[in-house]
Design a protein around this ligand. Structure first.
Ligand code: ATP
Ligand code: PYR
Ligand code: K
Ligand code: MG
Length: 580
């Protein structure tokens, strides 16, 4: 097996191979593989005292399956949706791209949520911008989060009682200058040449030709002659006079002023970015985060992250939606647990024609740095109103899949539109179709990775995962099984976007819910012991008993279980198993 020799040269050049093969017996306690490759680190052999930190086994063997299901330990933690998908479509038919749905008034009943779960929703997103006030009559009182709490609890109930695996993400409001939502009328038209007053004065309802801004310092540093753009181009005004902190403006490009429309300021064709100093996390955001943690949500998407500092203190997805964030992209990606490309607000700050290349760049940086990335906003915008998407929207979704984004997100399509389930089905079908095309074209072969780990053990884990993905592709294997407590190796395999699906067996439910956002990973909650052989045969037995895997199927098994007992020293391994 040439691959073994290559691996030995690459990783274990300084260790004698025959010693390594002897060592292997001490590893799993059973004579399993025909080949073994070892790395430097701590490991003692009877013959020689070689330090081995990581063990990599490459071999082919047959798993013997017991027919006595009573002897099986634990239960197979498949979610009901993946199980049905696997049964119907087989290993290669499992969708790789994850789907996020924004939950809003149109889909917050338990029945609606269940329909979305059945339709393939992996993550439910709740935007903390909406539905957190007690109602117009109580304006000014502290906000309540009853609606959000109710939705979160319904999703957890569906997971627990009906076997779904839907993670929950809350999305913070963040600090941004926008128009206050003063209820009716829902949108106002600004005519060419009309004069409008932009103020921070608080008032209920609407006043003619008056725009209420949410932030007192909104006009700081703004000069007469500057432009104010609504929602990235919906309507444009020119500042004609400063009146204290307020602005009198003339409409120069007519259009609709929507509730909560975002405002951006431009001078000589350039965005005025430094006119205000808003914190990434407001006090409301902090209390929303506390609320999310107390409700046990799985992800916090942080809006308007402008630097890495904001991210380091808490496990979060950073939303890239400002020019400033683009300037500090790599450090923000590095500091975060994942990224959302928030194209809605990003399009307010950069010219729209730059969105496609910026998206491609962000997805690339995220994969290089091994962080999951969600492409968000307007994927199927026309479906907020209509039951079918435009051809251009389907092409946009396909492009995100072609770029190997981890996940696609619905916003208003599911939150307020009457066709949320249809929109989800469009994402589901379009991504499956594009993934199939990618496999047929063998596109994953052109993916190159740069080395991430700084320590030797991290680099070893990474190399094992890169090799695992390459082997699974080259050998045309059916699936990759990875045994993992914290999800690191599952995620490193996913980074290579392999052809076969990745089943991540974990005993940690937070790991399971976090892996829900990662490309190609089906996370399963199982009991794991320090005895890797038992873990592997146990899970294969369970899958076989369920009829989900059959004789002759071949899987690549990767383990990164770090034993809790000191007598065992196996850290990482690769094995190829053919089901007997
Ligand atoms: N919980 C909710 N209650 C009422 N309406 C909602 C809710 N969530 C979303 N919506 C509606 O759906 C639309 C799209 O939702 P989304 O949360 O993606 O808005 P967004 O403005 O793009 O996001 P962000 O505020 O994070 O930039 C919103 O404009 C809003 O009208
Ligand atoms: C999702 C989001 O926040 C945006 O697109 O702006
Ligand atoms: K938000
Ligand atoms: Mg936004």
């Amino acid at each position: 097996m040439a691959v073994v020799g290559d691996l030995a040269l690459k990783f274990g050049g300084m260790i004698k191979k025959d010693a390594a093969i002897n060592l292997k017996k001490g590893v799993f306690g059973v004579p399993v593989s025909r080949h073994g490759v070892f790395f430097s680190g701590k490991f003692r052999t009877p013959e020689s005292r070689i330090r081995v930190q990581s063990v990599m086994q490459v071999g082919v063997e047959s798993a013997v399956v017991s027919n006595d299901s009573n002897s099986l330990k634990g239960v197979l933690g498949f979610d009901v949706v993946s199980e049905v998908e696997l049964r119907e479509k087989g290993f290669l038919g499992l969708r790789k791209t994850k789907l996020v749905c924004t939950v809003g008034p149109a889909c917050c009943s338990i029945d609606d949520l269940e329909k979305l779960a059945l339709g393939g929703m992996n993550v439910a997103r709740l935007n903390m911008c909406h539905n957190t006030r007690a109602g117009p009559a109580l304006r000014g009182r502290p906000c309540t989060r009853e609606w959000h709490q109710d939705v979160i609890r319904k999703i957890k109930k569906l997971n627990e009682e009906k076997g779904y695996c839907v993670s929950v993400m809350i999305d913070t409001e963040g600090s941004q200058i926008h128009v206050v939502d003063h209820g009716a009328p829902s949108s106002v038209k600004a005519e060419d040449g009309s004069i409008w007053f932009f103020t921070t004065e608080k008032f209920e309802g609407s006043r003619p030709f008056t725009v209420q801004a949410n932030y007192e310092g909104f006009s700081e540093g703004i000069n007469v002659g500057d432009e104010i753009v609504f929602d990235g181009g919906m309507a444009t005004f020119e500042v004609v006079e400063k009146v204290g902190n307020d602005l009198r403006c003339k409409c120069t490009d007519p259009g609709l002023l929507l509730p909560r429309a975002k405002l951006s300021f431009w001078r000589d064709g350039k965005l005025v970015t430094k006119n205000y100093e808003l914190p990434t996390l407001s006090s409301k955001d902090w209390s929303d985060i506390e609320f999310g943690i107390s409700e046990g949500v799985d992800f916090i998407a942080m809006s308007f992250v402008n630097d890495a500092e904001a991210v380091t203190s808490i496990k979060v997805l950073a939303k890239i939606e400002s020019l400033e964030a683009l300037h500090k992209l790599e450090e923000i990606v590095e500091a975060s647990d994942g990224i959302m490309i928030a194209r809605g607000d990003l399009g307010v700050e950069i010219p729209l024609e730059q969105i496609p290349t910026v998206q491609e760049k962000i997805t690339y940086v995220c994969r290089q740095l091994n962080k999951p990335v969600v492409v968000a906003s307007q994927l199927l915008e026309s479906m907020v109103e209509y039951p079918t998407p435009t051809r251009a929207e389907v092409a946009d979704v396909s492009e995100a899949v072609r770029q190997y984004a981890d996940a696609l997100m619905l916003s208003g399509e599911s939150a307020i539109g009457p066709f949320g389930q249809k929109a989800l089905a469009v994402l589901n079908m379009t991504s499956s179709r594009m993934e199939l095309w990618g496999r047929e074209e063998n596109r994953q072969n052109v993916l190159s990775q740069h080395i991430l780990g700084s320590s030797l053990p991290d680099q070893i884990a990474e190399q094992i995962c890169n090799c695992a993905a390459g082997m699974a592709n080259n050998l045309g294997l059916d699936a990759i099984f990875v045994y993992t407590r914290h999800g690191q190796m599952a995620s490193l395999i996913s980074r290579n976007r392999p052809n076969p699906p990745i089943f991540a067996f974990t005993n940690n439910s937070s790991t399971r819910m976090a892996l829900n956002l990662q490309w190609g990973v089906t996370p399963l909650l199982v009991d794991l012991s320090d005895d890797m052989e038992a873990n592997i045969s146990n899970s294969i037995d369970l899958i076989k008993t369920k009829g989900l895997i059959k004789t002759g199927d071949t899987v690549l098994v990767v383990s990164d279980i770090i034993p809790t007992s000191t007598t065992q020293t196996v850290f990482q391994s690769i094995m190829v198993k053919t089901i007997a």
